[in-house]
Write a protein that binds this ligand. Structure first.
Ligand SMILES: NC(=O)C1=CN([C@@H]2O[C@H](COP(=O)(O)OP(=O)(O)OC[C@H]3O[C@@H](n4cnc5c(N)ncnc54)[C@H](O)[C@@H]3O)[C@@H](O)[C@H]2O)C=CC1
Ligand SMILES: O=C(O)CCC(=O)C(=O)O
Length: 338
């Protein structure tokens, strides 16, 4: 904080800044929706060289928005310039999948980007940098990024599963005809892929002022264990099939929700889902980037412990873990052969 009582600016890097997610994200961040209405920001926008013209147009638009919180905008195709002294790093830049592909089909191309950016992050970012990996396959890209940036604390790395979390809340809310904010404590376990486990066994919903377990309120176990799960698992693909482009507005909103909660904390007795480096909780292999229920206080998250498991849940968690182990092995092979 400067002597005047005005906060010092924070540096926020967005990779893939010329892409469709960034176009929504930049607006929300610049408006003060994430770090607060009193937090000045210097934006670092990274993209590949052919996109520098697009970034210059984006800067014109940012200027034309007259955001009072934006103190400077740095556009660059240099990883060194992009990551120097950053406080927050949003790794959006990567190739998106097309209709018919699984996210892991992007692995070979995208993990190489994350190796190179991990090495740059290691050299140039602040050690306190808070990181969200969005580019797919998000968990495994995050694993590679962290692997090549060993001096940054492990708890500073995360990947985005908040979009899945929001989708799960929205499905329950729509089924019960309540607002999504009446639904709390859903959990996304595992990979941001079609093996993820959207779990509402501990979730609660407030209907007509009364808080009830979601399973009791919905009264349809077959749906909660069947179509609900597969709808959330396959929502990304459904959007691509309909829009011919992958989710962007909802992804940007979820990135903001994830970082806002990490920056400011979660509400009492509530949790959110974040892909984080596993400490072995719930029997998951240590070191995998796995989505867990987390609570956040003073800028640090902790995995919610002691949630009940049954054979059905355990099976789903093992399936998504198995996929992550396979992805990790393929990613390590793809990055170490260079
Ligand atoms: N985890 C999640 O919940 C979600 C993840 N995604 C993923 O986010 C990523 C970005 O999606 P969109 O913005 O829709 O894609 P997009 O194709 O519109 O934009 C990607 C941008 O990244 C840039 N880029 C490519 N390589 C780069 C590099 N080495 N350094 C910096 N920039 C680079 C491209 O030039 C492009 O401007 C995709 O991988 C997509 O699958 C999308 C939605 C949700
Ligand atoms: O599904 C994809 O591959 C891109 C977008 C995404 O990850 C999602 O919508 O969940």
């Amino acid at each position: 904080m400067a002597e005047s009582g005005v906060k010092d600016p924070i540096r926020v890097v967005i990779t893939g800044a010329a892409g469709q997610i960034a176009y929504s994200l930049i607006h929300q961040i610049s408006s003060g929706d994430v770090f607060g209405k009193d937090q000045p920001i210097i934006l670092h926008l990274l993209d590949i060289t052919p996109m520098m013209g697009v970034l210059s147009g984006l800067v014109m638009e940012i200027n034309d928005c007259s955001f009072p919180l934006i103190k400077d905008v740095v556009t660059t195709d240099s990883e060194q310039t992009a990551f120097t002294d950053v406080d927050v790093a949003l790794f959006v830049g990567a190739m998106p999948r097309k209709e018919g592909m699984e996210r892991k089909d992007l692995l070979t191309a995208n993990v190489k980007i994350f190796k190179s950016q991990g090495l740059a992050l290691e050299k140039f970012a602040k050690k306190t940098v808070k990181i969200i990996v969005v580019g797919n396959p998000a968990n495994t890209n995050c694993f590679i990024l962290a692997h090549y940036a060993q001096s940054i604390p492990r708890e500073n790395f995360s990947c985005l599963t908040r979009l899945d979390h929001n989708r799960a809340k929205a499905q329950i809310a729509s089924r019960l005809k309540v607002s999504p904010d009446a639904v709390k404590n859903v959990t996304i376990w595992g990979n941001h892929s079609s093996t993820q486990f959207p779990d509402v066994r501990s979730a609660k919903v407030t209907v007509n002022g009364v808080e009830t377990a979601v399973f009791e309120a919905v009264k349809d176990d077959a749906w909660l264990k069947g179509d609900f799960v597969s709808t959330v698992q396959k929502r990304g693909a459904a959007v691509i099939a309909a829009r011919k482009l992958s989710s962007a507005m909802s992804a940007a909103k979820a990135i903001c929700d994830h970082m806002r909660d990490w920056w400011n904390g979660t509400k009492d007795n509530e949790w959110v889902s974040m892909g984080v480096i596993s400490d072995g909780s719930y029997g998951v292999e240590k070191g995998l980037v796995f989505s867990y229920p987390v609570q956040i206080k003073n800028g640090s998250y902790s995995v919610v412990q002691g949630l009940a498991m049954d054979d059905w849940a355990q099976d789903l968690i093992e399936k998504t873990q198995k996929e992550l182990v396979e992805e990790k092995n393929d990613a390590v092979k793809a990055t170490s052969s260079e």
